[in-house]
Design a protein. Structure first.
Lengths: 506, 540
């Protein structure tokens, strides 16, 4: 009990070195997840208020001695953490890199029947969009409980959200199949069934990856991708299977691997979790209300990324006989631009991490007024912006140079690549501000920027692609990203104008 | 195959009718918060919905943006616009509150999800309540007057409906033109211009109901006919304030209604003319809201058949000057116009008869309306109408089998992977699904080369279907003795309307296809009923 008490006192002291009164201590204790029942059971005190009074008295007795905070802004902390954050995002660029590499060496590797390519593309995009919200929610809540070393609670809440995701997937798949049959989408029942199968399997895969990526070490996600890729190559190259068959087997392998690794990741969680004595889950409406903004953010984020492809694919001329299909030139150009974005997205995460660390450090030690503090943070933000712009430009130029050397892009694809880089570049800049707003607990400000941008992207891309031609769908991406940059910047400017209030709010 | 096609058509008719009733009933029920809104409210929403559909399709179609989603957005603009105006200034917080409320309500509902017996008893009580509502509606309809009105509609529309269900082909060449316009609007290949009401409404209903425009072109005729009757009865009832003139109007229209299907345009324009009269009457009587409805309905009439605005104008003028004669004036104007729109006669006579009846009844000042007398007379007239022969004015331009076969090919084979060589009517039927070449052009092109050694058909599709009439279809009972030169040189008349020309073309096509069949591997006969033979050439 003593150890637990000391832990608690230490946690309160680290969070608030200058405690005002016992009420502040009580609020902090409750924010760590302690309830009256647990306090009574663990420490024998009547409630959290009694605990708060006890902790406050202990800290006042000990004096306001500075504490060595875990994770202080030291060089020893900085680089491994930054590298870890970058690698977590870069892992999503891995499949794209591998695909480009394979296509360069084996151009027919991914060739499939035109009637099937469209439905499968749509299934991939819709699975990411429909589960994006749940993935964000799992990441948010999982990190929250893991930060408190409550692995069991993280597992339970994560599984609860995943169950919600699977139910949603089931409903969407059934509804999609019925709507597809009614409106004769994709032209044949076989195509609709295959699209539904891919949608369900991929949704399960993304949800499982969300669970798996909570727990370190984080080698599990690359293992899933590499395993699936290996199966695909094996079946395609050595067994002579068609692309569709190889894809399907690889997908099944990926889902199976992800389930196994999810079980493995949380194996023994009860023993590793030293803080959770009894699993008491939050009420579902409360949980949903707390993750709703992040859920909407996740859905809107992935919809934004794929809106231009959905517009371009639906703008195929009717005389092609295909219900949905992205022209190869457009696909190559936009895929390459997307790869550049994925590589730079890690840098955006790292810049935000460094900025927030500096914010927290300066907030704890600085004695300047809010105005000077805000200027300091704005300077840091500007430096981050230039880092992102420089990195994006460098990656885009490099990718363009490599692509032109191997004649990967036709002139039309090149135009799409350049427009896509502009769009994704602007989006990356807006994402920098959005992550900062999320870090100071202002998800509504992020949604206020992202949702209008998404509408511009969807409507603009759809209208341009249908009136002017499929290749003009990227114009929607550029316009939407520009709107996102402007609105996100406005949100950050508002937050930095009162950094002390924003910090306290966070 | 005939029985299966009939069952499918009946299913389509029921589905389209249910969907239209839902689309029109739902906003009326929501706005009045009443599951059984008044008929006039439903008709108001019908006019607004029709106008929204025409505008939406006319804007979205040429921009190639027409699909269920954009149509839904367009349909939602009206209620969404009203919500935004009502909540202006607090849109963000109100929207957030609304979303939160829905999510939390859903989550609470999930937490209290009914299990097992609870669910079964909820379903049982729901079914019990709905059944009671249906019985109440049925009770309100099955009065003597209600039954008589239903019988009038049945007598009028029944033969038309049967004709539509029996024939897949369209009733005349104008209908194919209308169908082609609809298909082009659907495919986004029609430029921006004056909205085409019938094409736009057909395209909108086709998108929502997922039924091909060609079927809707036929099925809308009886549906629009029923709508015309409902509009007629409601308009006369509201304008006269009495049921007897409405009964007379319904019976008159039923007796004179044509026996076979016409263009849906004539019925649809009749609906909007009648509704214009209704809303103009309400405006004259001081209803400010009806002013916009009257303008909307009149605008639709102007887009459909501008000449019929004379009917609305005459009625409006008489409503101001001599209200009692408004119906007579409208009916007379419609009768005068019947030389422009031949199918206007039944409604013209109906309005005139209703107006005269109203004058007589109101002049004689009965203490009680002579309802029983009117009912008895109506039953007698309806009985006569059933046995009397009525005008059949459809003039078909192809065999029904040709239309069925084209639709069968369009459904079975992948889009744009096949070509049909057939008369010009098949172009409208196959538009948007596959390629078409006129039969006379096909014969002219290939006749020169078919005797070449190793000749292969030059088409870059998987399948080629050639329609040959082994017994040529005759569009006239007797060919006219005099035909203007301009008509004579028109390829459509020369090859497809003139019996001699059609026969020559079909004979040449038959010889060509028999020659091709011998020298083309994969050539089969796809269809043959002794009058129409369809050759199938599998090219790859």
């Amino acid at each position: 009990m003593n150890a637990a008490l000391q832990d608690l006192i230490g946690a309160v002291r680290r969070s608030a070195p200058d405690l005002v009164d016992e009420w502040e201590a009580t609020a902090l204790i409750e924010s760590f997840g302690w309830t009256d029942e647990r306090i009574c059971h663990t420490f024998g005190l009547s409630d959290t208020r009694a605990m708060g009074r006890h902790v406050f008295e202990q800290l006042v007795d000990r004096g306001a001695a500075p504490i060595e905070a875990v994770g202080e802004d030291t060089a020893a902390w900085r680089w491994p953490t930054v590298a870890g954050a970058y690698s977590r995002t870069l892992v999503f660029a891995l499949p794209w890199l591998v695909m480009f590499g394979i296509e360069a060496v084996w151009p027919d590797a991914f060739e499939t029947q035109p009637e099937m390519a469209g439905p499968i593309s749509v299934a991939v995009m819709l699975s990411l969009i429909s589960t994006g919200g749940y993935v964000q929610a799992v990441a948010r809540k999982g990190s929250f409980y893991l930060g408190m070393n409550q692995l069991v609670l993280a597992r339970h809440v994560g599984l609860l959200l995943c169950r919600g995701g699977l139910i949603t997937t089931g409903l969407l798949a059934t509804g999609g199949l019925l709507a597809g049959q009614y409106f004769d989408i994709f032209g044949s029942t076989a195509a609709r069934l295959i699209a539904t199968f891919y949608f369900v399997m991929l949704s399960g895969l993304w949800l499982a990856c969300a669970m798996v990526s909570l727990v370190s070490p984080r080698w599990r996600v690359p293992v899933i991708y590499l395993g699936a890729g290996a199966v695909f190559l094996l079946v395609r190259a050595y067994l002579g299977a068609s692309t569709l068959e190889a894809h399907t087997l690889a997908l099944i392998t990926a889902v199976a691997l992800s389930l196994v690794l999810t079980v493995e990741a949380f194996h023994g969680s009860q023993h590793r979790d030293t803080r959770t004595e009894r699993v008491i889950l939050p009420r579902t409406p409360v949980l949903l209300d707390s993750v709703l903004p992040h859920f909407i953010y996740g859905v809107a984020y992935f919809t934004f990324l794929f809106a231009d492809r959905l517009s371009a694919g639906s703008a195929l001329p009717a005389t092609s006989g295909l219900p949905f299909g992205i022209a190869p030139d457009y696909k190559r150009g936009i895929d390459l631009a997307f790869l550049v974005f994925l590589i730079v997205a890690g840098a955006v995460e790292c810049c935000n991490l460094v900025t927030m660390r500096a914010w927290r450090s300066e907030a704890q030690h600085a004695v300047v007024g809010a105005g000077a503090f805000g200027h300091s943070l704005s300077r840091r933000r500007t430096i981050s912006l230039w880092v992102v712009v420089a990195m994006f430009s460098a990656c885009a130029v490099t990718a363009g140079a490599v692509a032109s050397r191997v004649s990967f892009l036709s002139p039309a694809a090149n135009a799409t690549f350049m427009a896509g880089c502009l769009g994704y570049g602007l989006f990356a800049i807006g994402l920098l501000d959005a992550l900062l707003l999320l870090s100071v607990n202002r998800p509504v400000a992020v949604l206020s920027a992202l949702l209008p941008a998404l509408m511009v992207n969807l409507i603009g891309g759809y209208v341009f692609s249908h009136i002017a031609g499929a290749q003009f769908a990227v114009a929607g991406l550029v316009c939407g990203a520009a709107v996102f940059v402007v609105l996100a910047r406005r949100g950050v400017t508002g937050a930095l104008r009162r950094p002390d209030f924003a910090y306290a709010w966070a | 195959m005939g029985m299966r096609a009939l069952i499918w058509d009946i299913g389509r008719l029921l589905w389209v009718t249910s969907l239209l009733m839902l689309i029109v009933w739902a906003p009326a029920a929501l706005s009045t918060r009443n599951r059984r809104p008044p008929v006039t409210t439903v008709l108001e929403h019908f006019v607004v919905t029709a106008m929204l559909a025409v505008i939406a399709v006319s804007l979205l179609g040429p921009a190639k943006l027409l699909n269920p989603f954009t149509l839904l957005v367009a349909y939602s603009c009206w209620p969404l616009g009203k919500w935004l105006v009502r909540h202006r200034g607090t849109i963000g917080p109100d929207a957030r509150t609304a979303v939160q409320a829905i999510v939390l309500k859903g989550a609470n509902r999930l937490e209290r999800a009914p299990r097992g017996n609870n669910f079964a008893s909820s379903v049982r009580s729901y079914v019990r309540v709905r059944r009671a509502e249906l019985f109440a509606i049925a009770d309100s309809i099955t009065t003597p007057v209600g039954v008589l009105m239903a019988a009038a509609v049945l007598v009028a529309i029944g033969p038309t409906c049967a004709d539509v269900l029996v024939n897949t082909r369209l009733p005349n060449s104008h209908a194919y033109g209308e169908l082609l316009t609809t298909q082009q609007l659907f495919a986004g290949e029609l430029g921006w211009g004056v909205p085409r009401v019938v094409a736009a409404l057909t395209a909108a209903i086709s998108v929502v109901s997922s039924i091909a425009p060609v079927h809707l072109m036929r099925l809308l005729v009886p549906i629009a006919g029923v709508a015309a009757f409902v509009s007629l009865i409601t308009t006369v009832r509201v304008m006269t304030g009495a049921i007897v003139p409405a009964i007379i109007a319904a019976i008159c229209a039923a007796v004179l209604w044509p026996a076979t299907a016409q263009l849906p345009a004539s019925e649809i324009s009749a609906v909007f003319v009648l509704l214009s009269l209704l809303f103009v009457f309400r405006t004259v009587r001081g209803g400010r809201d009806s002013r916009w409805l009257a303008i909307t309905a009149s605008l639709l009439v102007a887009l459909l058949t501008p000449a019929l605005l004379v009917v609305v104008g005459s009625a409006a003028a008489l409503m101001l000057l001599a209200p009692a004669g408004a119906l007579i004036g409208a009916g007379a104007a419609w009768l005068v116009l019947s030389w422009i729109t031949p199918n206007a006669a039944p409604l013209g006579w109906a309005l005139t008869a209703a107006g005269l009846t109203h004058l007589v009844v109101s002049h004689l000042q009965f203490t009680r309306p002579p309802l029983r007398t009117a009912l008895a007379a109506a039953v007698a007239i309806l009985g006569l109408a059933v046995v009397m022969p009525r005008a059949a004015s459809a003039s078909y331009v192809e065999y029904d089998a040709a239309a069925r076969a084209t639709l069968d090919i369009a459904t079975r084979f992948p889009k744009y992977r096949w070509t049909i060589a057939a008369p010009v009517e098949q172009w409208a039927l196959s538009y948007g699904r596959g390629w078409h070449i006129n039969l006379h052009e096909f014969v002219e092109e290939l006749s020169a080369h078919v005797n070449d050694d190793g000749y292969r058909l030059p088409y870059k599709v998987d399948e080629l279907f050639v329609f040959v009439e082994t017994r040529p279809f005759t569009t006239f009972d007797a060919e006219p003795a005099d035909v203007p030169f301009r008509t004579l040189v028109d390829p459509v008349y020369r090859h497809y309307r003139s019996p001699a020309g059609r026969a020559s073309l079909q004979f040449a096509a038959y010889e060509l296809c028999e020659r091709l069949r011998q020298q083309t591997p994969g050539a089969t006969v796809y269809f043959d009923d002794g009058r129409l033979k369809i050759y199938r050439f599998t090219l790859r």
